[in-house]
Design a binder for this molecule. Structure first.
Ligand SMILES: Cc1cc2nc3c(=O)[nH]c(=O)nc-3n(C[C@H](O)[C@H](O)[C@H](O)COP(=O)(O)OP(=O)(O)OC[C@H]3O[C@@H](n4cnc5c(N)ncnc54)[C@H](O)[C@@H]3O)c2cc1C
Length: 529
């Protein structure tokens, strides 16, 4: 069939499915997967309803890390590498990885959360070292060479704009005035980079009065003040904020809006430095490829999953913890010389019998975005529209959803076949309650309806929808969060036996921040032990 006929077929098939759907929606296969909110909510009852720790053996360890997300795994891994053997990680879920966990549908791996890692720059040597150790990078003739199999294959990204797919996510400029705004924004990013300095992870750049000024206003207000109002530029920048921070440009700080570009790849207007697309590492299961390897190296003795830590109390001889063993449905007592809290700050605050003032202040200021990740198992490829062919990441201009990635994109198979599409939604905070309470089918149908605007034949190919909900997915870099002195105090060395390592300490969440926090705390501990 020619492309035009395919399009027509797609349109007709989709109309038929939709018509059927209106009369009698076919039952969907699928359900909620991933995080178990009930375990986290156990914390709310912990102080009143859990019996006081007194019974059962007291388990002892030198360093106890609470939470096996990227930060906790990085910390435990660095401690063990430095020769500290007595390290225990307690994780609430039955698997490690936190927001960087994976899933499988009909044998196909797919992500539940984080799905890519940009190549680390010079300020992220810890991440670079990990990639070398995992065999993803090697030195060759003085250069770092990455394993081609894990670099995102081309075409990387495409945008559905004015009836067809375009390569890349930046909307075509259309007219000279818009192109001029694209270029001007690119120059402003370059100037911010040069004059202020930005780094990934962010703590590797200095924090100046210029950063404070950016941190004190929203990105949208800053763009307005620069006269950058072209609709396609503003949609794109808003999309980037929602995609990286889980909130729109009207909510995140101007520091965050610029950091997104200035700490990594800059902003390239069409025609400027064309072809310099940011290289990223990606896997069918997303960043779970990394966390599964980090967790595997620790072994089941050190990594104890299905343990919800409920209470932490500093005592004279060390720190005492009460955890809930989910499989045994019973409490467990632990004692540790040092405890690293690799959990979101609002959870750390709940766990501590008396939280330090900096933790109280930082936890009160932070707000978290809610996310929905829908994995859709398809029996065959979707018919395509005009323009660029299927890419790893596909986004629709103007949509409130964030697009989808194709889990089978990295497979080099001669003909497209069954796959899983992972659709990402960052939800307004007001919808967190509905995300936790509403029926999964309602959310699945919203996701399907949004995807059908570009793929009307989706219903023909769809076999199952598995949904992951993240009620407190990531800290939003609202104005004032990044520069919060309380956060800076928690990032610095701690004098007692309690330490903090989580992406929340950066005020926003990406792998590099979480990983570097974990390694930094481990290094301090090694030096002090
Ligand atoms: C939908 C989504 C997509 C994302 N995409 C990307 C991406 O593509 N690239 C990227 O770099 N980043 C992405 N991120 C950001 C991602 O959050 C970070 O990369 C990283 O995984 C954060 O790790 P962390 O250790 O800081 O936190 P978390 O992942 O929050 O880890 C905290 C851990 O603590 C555990 N825990 C909590 N309470 C307790 C308790 N009481 N007892 C025991 N354990 C507890 C949790 O279960 C969890 O495992 C995404 C995030 C989401 C939600």
């Amino acid at each position: 069939m020619q492309r035009r006929e395919l399009m027509l077929a797609a349109g007709l098939a989709g109309t038929a499915w939709l018509a059927g759907c209106r009369a009698d929606p076919a039952p969907l296969q699928g359900g909620w997967v991933g995080a178990t909110p009930a375990r986290g909510h156990r914390l709310r009852q912990a102080l009143t309803e859990i019996p006081a720790a007194g019974q059962g053996p007291l388990r002892k360890t030198s360093v106890l890390v609470v939470g096996a997300g990227v930060s906790g795994l990085a910390c435990a891994r660095a401690l063990v590498k430095a020769g500290i053997d007595e390290v225990t990680l307690l994780e609430l879920e039955d698997g490690a990885g936190g927001n960087s966990r994976g899933h499988r549908m009909a044998g196909m791996a797919c992500p539940l959360g984080a799905h890519y890692l940009p190549l680390p720059g010079p300020e992220a040597p810890e991440v670079a070292e990990l990639l070398h150790e995992l065999g993803l990078a090697r030195h060759e003739l003085g250069r770092t060479v990455y394993d081609e199999r894990h670099l995102c294959h081309s075409p990387q990204e495409r945008l559905f704009f004015e009836g067809q797919w375009h390569e890349g996510l930046l909307p075509p400029a259309g007219d000279a005035a818009t192109l001029d705004q694209y270029r001007r924004f690119g120059r402003l990013v370059d100037a911010a980079r040069r004059e202020l300095g930005f780094a990934m992870p962010s703590s590797r750049a200095r924090w100046t009065a210029g950063h404070v000024a950016l941190d004190g206003q929203t990105f949208a207000a800053w763009l307005d003040a620069q006269g950058l109002n072209a609709a396609s530029l503003r949609w794109y920048l808003d999309y980037c904020c929602r995609d990286d921070y889980g909130a729109p440009s009207a909510e995140v700080s101007a520091w965050a809006g610029l950091h997104y570009f200035a700490s990594r790849h800059g902003f390239n207007a069409p025609g400027d430095r064309d072809g310099e697309r940011e290289a990223v590492l990606t896997w069918p299961e997303g960043n779970a490829w990394l966390t599964e390897r980090m967790a595997g190296a620790l072994g089941p003795q050190r990594l104890q999953t299905g343990r919800t830590v409920l209470r932490i109390r500093p005592e004279r001889h060390g720190i005492e913890l009460l955890a809930w063993n989910e499989a045994a449905d019973a409490p467990e007592r632990w004692q540790a010389g040092h405890v690293v809290l690799a959990v979101p700050l609002f959870i750390a605050h709940r766990l501590l019998s008396s939280a330090p003032p900096a933790l109280q202040a930082a936890a009160a200021r932070q707000q978290h975005a809610a996310w929905l990740v829908a994995n859709l198992q398809l029996k065959g490829p979707l018919l395509d529209r005009l323009g660029v062919g299927p890419a790893w990441d596909s986004v629709v201009y103007g949509s409130q959803a964030l697009g989808y990635v194709d889990a089978m994109h990295q497979q080099t198979r001669p003909h497209p076949g069954p796959t899983v599409l992972s659709a990402y939604w960052a939800l307004p905070r007001a919808q967190r309650g509905a995300l936790l309470q509403d029926d999964w089918q309602g959310w699945a149908r919203r996701v399907i309806a949004e995807l059908q605007t570009t793929h009307p034949d989706l219903g023909e190919q769809l076999l199952r929808v598995d949904l992951a909900r993240w009620g407190h997915a990531m800290s939003i870099p609202l104005p004032g969060v990044r520069g919060d002195p309380a956060l800076a105090a928690l990032r610095g060395p701690q004098t007692g036996r309690l330490h903090f390592a989580h992406s929340d300490l950066a005020g926003y969440s990406v792998f590099e921040e979480a990983y570097t926090q974990g390694v930094t705390v481990a290094r301090r501990l090694v030096a002090s032990l």
